[in-house]
Design a binder for this molecule. Sequence first.
Ligand code: NAG
Ligand code: NAG
Ligand code: NAG
Ligand code: NAG
Ligand code: NAG
Length: 450
Amino acid sequence: MHFTLAFLYAAIPFLTTASALTVPPASRSPAPSARGIAVPIAKHSRSYRSGTVDPVALQRGMYASYDKILRGFDAYYENTGQRHPSQPAGHSSLPLGLSRRKSSPDGLDDDDNELWYGKISVGTPATEYKVDFDTGSSDIFLPGVDCTENCDNHTMYDPSASSTSQDRDATFKLTYGDGSSVEGEQYTDVVTCAGLTAKAQALGAANTYSTGFSSAQFPADGLMGMGFQEISQFKSPPFFQTLIEDGQVTDQVFGFKLAESGSELFLGGTNPALYTGDFTYVDVTTEGYWQTNFDSIAVNGSIPLFQKSSCIIDTGTTLIIGPEAAVNAFYAQIPYAAPLVFDGSSVGATSGLYTIPCDFNSTINLSFNKTAFSISPDTFMLGLDETILDTIKLIPADTTTNTCIGGLGFLPSLPPLPFWIIGDVFMRNVYTAFDVGNKRVGFANLNRGR
Ligand SMILES: *[C@@H]1O[C@H](CO)[C@@H](O)[C@H](O)[C@H]1NC(C)=O
Ligand SMILES: *[C@@H]1O[C@H](CO)[C@@H](O)[C@H](O)[C@H]1NC(C)=O
Ligand SMILES: *[C@@H]1O[C@H](CO)[C@@H](O)[C@H](O)[C@H]1NC(C)=O
Ligand SMILES: *[C@@H]1O[C@H](CO)[C@@H](O)[C@H](O)[C@H]1NC(C)=O
Ligand SMILES: *[C@@H]1O[C@H](CO)[C@@H](O)[C@H](O)[C@H]1NC(C)=O
């Protein structure tokens, strides 16, 4: 069996060095528990640096999310024999975005989304790896020991050194916008996270990594997908679903807190210390992505826009990404908001992003199942547009000018996605429960006391 479709979205070019980043130590003893267990996770971002943000990197992140979604549509078809109900005609198998996109100046054209990563161990004897936890894909992927390109300084998976590894006699190949690829072999092996063990977990061992995965740019070793099996390129249960099958968790839920610090993935429930009040749940409409509906977005409680829209909840996407017309209508409500146009950039003039005043102080409410959750101005306003820093040095900084970047964008000149992608800009404001057993997503207010 040959897998020629790309399943992997992430290869994150970072400017800072991987060595400066560490995953916080486990705060609990790693023993399986019917009450669930916490996995500390760390964040890494390429787009943000001390109050400034790189719009080119943000745009690349949006494209990477788009490509990931199209790869998931392909996998959905492979798994179910049917087109994903949200896949519009015109979205063909290989990402249209890839062919339309020019390579970025540094030659990297992979994923600039934020990365939320933590530790897992794989094999017998166990070896520890760092993986990016991604709710927008469904497979595990590590650099293999035979990897010859861009794998230096990563911990590499050696199936022959693991007594529990099984070769699945299947390959995979992932193609990126810059023409590079990630390819390798599929195996099953024992995968453990925070003491919870999946016995015969499907995983990929890459023998080629793309440049965006090199250790200088990608602080994790690999990825762990946390979506549904319908979008698994390996046609196999994702890690959390294997934990359920293996009886490792009684509560078929995992929870995420994504924040500057104290971020956590909780397996087998939710961590009550990190949220207050009850969860508001919305049902998953199509199993694949964590896809559901939201009611509206409103600025300062004005007339809500976009009644009932489909969306996916994705830890692997930085921004909120919506349809062009909706995004334009949204920013029309914000005084001084203006489309950000790349001047002379290789990535095209229309960025899909907007500039807003740096003293932006409006509350944006996103409503799910009749309950509104606020996106704080802090998380929505992403920072000063780095590309105008030189101009600002000449002009005294005036915070009322629209030189900061807003956290909602659209993908220019591509067939629109049929749903919004709700990423970190929203998720950083709530505690999110991914309820696999009941096929629903829950949001609760963050415990701000922590
Ligand atoms: C691997 O790490 C060493 C030591 O930190 C460093 O000198 C080397 O450049 C790294 N190699 C790559 C390919 O990043
Ligand atoms: C809204 O929440 C209720 C209670 O949890 C649930 O029964 C209902 O299915 C939810 N509605 C949607 C559209 O998800
Ligand atoms: C926005 O959401 C917050 C949090 O739920 C709520 O307190 C506030 O009343 C909402 N504002 C409007 C105008 O709906
Ligand atoms: C933002 O607006 C709120 C009132 O909605 C006010 O309390 C707060 O001081 C304002 N912050 C800034 C920085 O203007
Ligand atoms: C929202 O309210 C804040 C605080 O009162 C105000 O500064 C801001 O201009 C308002 N935004 C919009 C879009 O009306």
